[in-house]
Design a protein around this ligand. Structure first.
Ligand SMILES: [Zn+2]
Ligand SMILES: [Zn+2]
Length: 343
């Protein structure tokens, strides 16, 4: 089959590889419908890399697939079922798994980073990591299941009520998902901070009440003007904006740190947290939130499909990643079936 294999130092090479086979009784082989380009894919293929991947691995972790083969122990899936995947396979045995924190597993195997993922024609996944989706759900919509599951896990930590104000820093695909989640929760106003003008436009379409360029407008003053005392919540989707987030919240407000940039080391003015009685919360991956994400997609509570700006064949994987790298694509999908269908 055709696959995009990470060969180290910014090298992602399209090549013929062996089709995955059932190895364990609970394995499923899926034919990929689409796989989206995540910010992590951009980081992993950068030089120097912003996030480490294991050389020799097929990248891609936000995938939608159809079952073509099942191991003898598979009980919940049959050939033809469609599914999305929690790419972070946990061991089920370590201290964190026993604390019901599989997202913090001490031996996590990340699909598309350390084990073969979805920039390929087929993928192998263990049944416990697969989540069934309805037959008629468009794959362009289902592709949002993984980032949505992470955002749902995050939003449970702040539980926003109607009329509470939220600042969302960063309006990439995850930022757009947060804007829509907060809108669905009844938040007001929702203020999006984003330098890219195209993304600000999308942010408004997603339901942000204001979309502001923080490089041109003083974000803190803007938030104060719109909320009088500061926002109830601020979410940093970027991974380096903790102080900006703390500056935007009111006394007693909460900051949620979602974005992950291991290289960022922002200076923290600790007294701001102390005197504001601020709550600063982290959140990591998805935890028992995939079911909820799939249900939300099926219910059409959110309007995500319009965020898909490009669908490209697997052969154009580099172009797809570059679109995201340059911020020209909002949600970019790769469809390995495209060539076969002659599209
Ligand atoms: Zn991702
Ligand atoms: Zn574990």
């Amino acid at each position: 089959m055709r696959a995009a294999v990470f060969e180290g130092e910014g090298k992602l090479v399209l090549q013929e590889v062996k089709k995955p086979e059932i190895l364990k009784e609970d394995d499923i082989i899926g034919e990929i419908e689409v796989c989206s380009i995540c910010g992590t894919d951009v980081h992993m293929t950068s030089v120097p890399p912003g996030y480490p991947a294991t050389p020799g691995t097929i990248l891609g972790h936000e995938l939608v697939a159809k079952v073509v083969e099942t191991g003898t122990g598979v009980t919940q899936f049959k050939v033809g079922d469609r599914f999305v995947v929690n790419p972070n396979e946990y061991c089920g045995k370590c201290n964190y798994c026993k604390k019901n924190l599989p997202n913090e597993c001490e031996d996590i195997k990340a699909m598309g980073i350390d084990v073969d993922g979805g920039f390929a024609e087929f993928v192998r996944v263990s049944e416990k990591m697969a989540f069934k989706i309805p037959e008629d759900m468009p794959s362009e919509l289902a592709a949002f299941a993984e980032p949505l599951a992470c955002a749902v896990n995050a939003s449970r930590k702040i539980r926003v009520n109607p009329s509470e104000s939220v600042v969302i820093i960063g309006a990439g695909p995850i930022g757009m998902i947060f804007i829509q989640l907060m809108k669905a929760a009844g938040a007001y106003p929702i203020i999006s901070l984003e330098p890219n003008p195209v993304r600000r436009e999308y942010a408004l379409k997603c339901g942000a009440d204001y979309a502001v360029n923080p490089l041109e407008v003083d974000a803190q003053s803007f938030v104060m003007e719109k909320t009088q005392i500061g926002a109830d919540y601020a979410i940093d989707v970027v991974g380096s904006q903790m102080m900006a987030a703390i500056n935007c919240i009111r006394k007693g407000g909460s900051v949620l740190l979602f974005g992950n940039n291991a290289k960022a080391a922002p200076a923290v003015i600790q007294s701001q947290i102390t005197y504001k009685e601020a709550k600063v919360l982290g959140t990591w991956l998805a935890n028992a939130s995939f079911d909820q994400a799939v249900k939300m997609l099926a219910s059409n509570t959110l309007n995500l499909e319009f965020l898909v700006s490009h669908i490209l064949p697997l052969e154009k994987i580099h172009e797809a990643i570059d679109l995201m790298r340059r911020g020209e694509g909002v949600e970019v999908l790769v469809d390995p079936r495209m060539k076969e269908q002659g599209i």
